[in-house]
Design a protein around this ligand. Structure first.
Ligand code: NDP
Length: 249
């Protein structure tokens, strides 16, 4: 599955799942733009790891929810490295709380980063992909978008929204051979899940037929397939990477 000569942009590539995706795409020969918002040292570590394994990467700081910043950053990237042929919309946050007590700002922040950010970044790269008549957009949704979860009305709405967005974008871009798919991870060991207590982690494991939480690399492997030539007849789909905890579609 070679991506030699191609350029990718991974939002939230500085840590967790995004970092594993960056390393995997770089390993396939891609030059990878590592986006972050607030954590430059983590982004530098990702680029360093890419270089240590013989790949090419560069850093792009911007907030995916800021329309002007997204456009400027992708314009600058296109001028220096070429328009990305692969976009992984991975940047995401949680602001959990029961709906009755959830602050409007926490609803807005999660919808803006997870869902609007996906729209803004996709919009900014699609013209270049359509011109080339080749492109891959991969949206990182979540099992919570399918199951729902008490305390996460904002997050589950955003992640379910990404599935509708994926399907509509897939229909709009298919005639130009640009595919759009989602990956819906279950519980993966990253900073995002590190705050879960031991007890909660045990409860989650009990619901996972494969018996463990996932690794960022498990998600990256699916992204790698969707980014590759081998997935060219797949669009509008969701790959569930959750150890079997949810098997629907
Ligand atoms: P982490 O919290 O470990 O990392 C989040 C990443 O997103 C960081 O690189 C962070 O950058 C970046 N980021 C956050 N907000 C913005 C923003 N506004 N603009 C640009 N970048 C931003 O998360 P995970 O690796 O766990 O999650 C990655 C994705 O996978 C998310 O979309 C998440 O919802 C999804 N997911 C995760 C699961 C899990 O169990 N971990 C399960 C299902 C889905 P910085 O370093 O600068 O803060």
């Amino acid at each position: 599955m070679s991506l030699q000569g191609k350029t990718a942009l991974v939002t939230g590539g500085s840590r967790g799942i995004g970092r594993a995706v960056c390393l995997r795409l770089a390993d396939m020969g891609c030059t990878v733009g590592v986006n972050y918002v607030a954590n430059p040292s983590a982004a530098r570590e990702t680029v360093q790891s890419i270089e240590n394994q013989g790949g090419k990467g560069f850093i792009l700081q911007f907030d995916v929810a800021d329309s002007d910043a997204v456009q400027e950053a992708i314009k600058a990237m296109a001028a220096e490295h070429g328009n990305p042929e692969i976009l992984v919309n991975n940047a995401g946050i949680t602001r959990d709380g029961l709906m009755a007590r959830m602050k409007e700002q926490d609803w807005d922040a999660v919808l803006d980063t997870n869902l609007k950010g996906t729209f803004l970044c996709s919009k900014a790269v699609t013209r270049g992909m359509m011109k080339k008549r080749w492109g891959r957009i991969i949206n990182i949704s979540s099992v919570i978008g399918f199951l729902g979860n008490g305390g996460q009305v904002n997050y589950s709405a955003a992640k379910a929204g990404m599935i509708g967005l994926t399907k509509s974008m897939a229909r709009e871009l298919a005639s130009r051979q640009v595919t759009v798919n989602s990956v819906a991870p279950g519980y993966i060991v990253t900073d995002m899940t590190s705050t879960l207590s031991e007890e909660i982690q045990e409860m989650i494991k009990a619901q996972v037929p494969l018996g463990s939480l996932g690794k960022p690399e498990d998600v990256a492997a699916c992204v790698a397939f969707l980014a590759s030539e081998e997935s060219s007849y797949l669009t509008g789909q969701t790959l569930h990477v959750n150890g079997g905890m949810y098997m629907g579609n």
